[in-house]
Design a protein around this ligand. Structure first.
Ligand SMILES: NC(=O)c1ccc[n+]([C@@H]2O[C@H](COP(=O)([O-])OP(=O)(O)OC[C@H]3O[C@@H](n4cnc5c(N)ncnc54)[C@H](OP(=O)(O)O)[C@@H]3O)[C@@H](O)[C@H]2O)c1
Length: 306
């Protein structure tokens, strides 16, 4: 099946990575944007100017669309309201608009593995709440929720500093040395989305996604893999717990005062220090026949880390 896809978040990391593969697969893309896009494919995408608050823009976005892929989301904020405004209320508004469009039969919400742990942060709480609201209100629309773990690859800004440190032989560890992390390369996420678009009937439900390494990684494993690939040692750098906690608190205060959207906050630190981000791909593999292909070692070896 190929038709019209209504896409949000096309100017971001994940939505941006999706545009070219979608177009190559024959989909016509209609994308919601708040600012002039600089994506190379611009001419092959119909841009709808507006944001998730703007119901008229959302109607134009979903008109005659076969599917909605909702990648827009707030990943930084200085209050729960900042996250809820976009992740809960914006998503709910988009779902309602899509429900009113008869042609549209499937809706993909890009949630996060963090939704599993809503007490950790405002971000996690907002994703958890958004999932609940969308499940309650999806009606006849086939709703699919993807819960990717930490995603990286070309165009990513959040994990790219970590890769820069690794190339210099250092791995900063923000907390628990024994924590289990999981990762997902953006190309594998894109493949899963394309498979979901082709699934018939649409694979509905809530799915966790990781890179196929079922037992995840420890910080030591990440350092060991990077050392092996680069052919030189990588040293773990334990960031001082109290200093980091203080920095996050100060950053949040400054952000409220100077009105910017902070990344490092006490909530983000709790996410980073959480001991167990192991998750399970098997439901998505069974539903879509999807298999991730790029684990951390391959990404390092082939320069795919971004
Ligand atoms: N990256 C990860 O590791 C990861 C992991 C799990 C889940 N996710 C989820 O995946 C989604 C995409 O993440 P990302 O890494 O691509 O984030 P990103 O690079 O920060 O992109 C966010 C996108 O959402 C758009 N957006 C934000 N607020 C909006 C609003 N009010 N109205 C319309 N558009 C709005 C942004 O538009 P502007 O360009 O105009 O700001 C941008 O296009 C998010 O929902 C995130 O929670 C990401």
């Amino acid at each position: 099946m190929a038709g019209v896809v209504a896409l949000t978040g096309a100017t971001g990391f994940i939505g941006g990575a999706l545009c070219q593969p979608l177009a190559q697969a024959g989909w016509r893309i209609r994308a919601l944007v708040r600012r002039a896009p600089d994506i190379a494919l611009a001419s092959r995408i119909e841009w709808v100017r507006g944001d998730l608050d703007d119901v008229a823009a959302l109607r134009r976005l979903v008109a005659n669309a076969d599917a909605v892929i909702h990648c827009a989301g707030a990943v930084r904020g200085r209050s729960l309201e900042d996250f809820d405004r976009v992740n809960v209320h914006g998503s709910e508004r988009l779902l309602h608009t899509a429900r009113a469009e008869l042609r549209c039969t499937r809706f993909l919400f890009m949630s996060s593995l963090a939704a599993r742990e809503p007490t950790l942060s405002w971000y996690a709480a907002s994703k958890h709440h958004a999932e609940e609201v969308l499940r309650q209100q999806s009606g006849a629309l086939a709703l699919t929720i993807f819960r990717p773990t930490a995603v990286y690859g070309p165009g990513d800004r959040e994990l790219s500093p970590l890769f820069r440190f690794l190339r210099r032989g250092l791995l900063p560890v923000p907390g628990n040395q024994h924590a289990r992390l999981t990762l997902l390369h953006v190309h594998d996420l894109v493949t899963a989305i394309l498979r979901w678009l082709d699934s018939s009937p649409p694979a509905a439900g809530t799915f966790e996604l990781h890179d196929g390494r079922a037992d995840g990684y420890s910080w030591q494993t990440i350092a060991a893999i990077a050392a092996r690939v680069q052919g030189r040692p990588v040293r773990l750098l334990n960031l001082p717990r109290t200093g980091l906690t203080l920095a996050a608190a100060v950053n949040l205060r400054l952000a409220r005062w100077l009105r910017y959207q902070p990344m490092l906050t006490p909530g983000k630190l709790r996410e980073l220090r959480h001991p167990d981000w192991i998750c399970d791909n098997s439901a998505l593999a069974a539903a879509l026949g999807w298999r991730p292909r790029i684990d951390f070692e391959r990404a390092m070896r082939e320069g795919l880390s971004g």
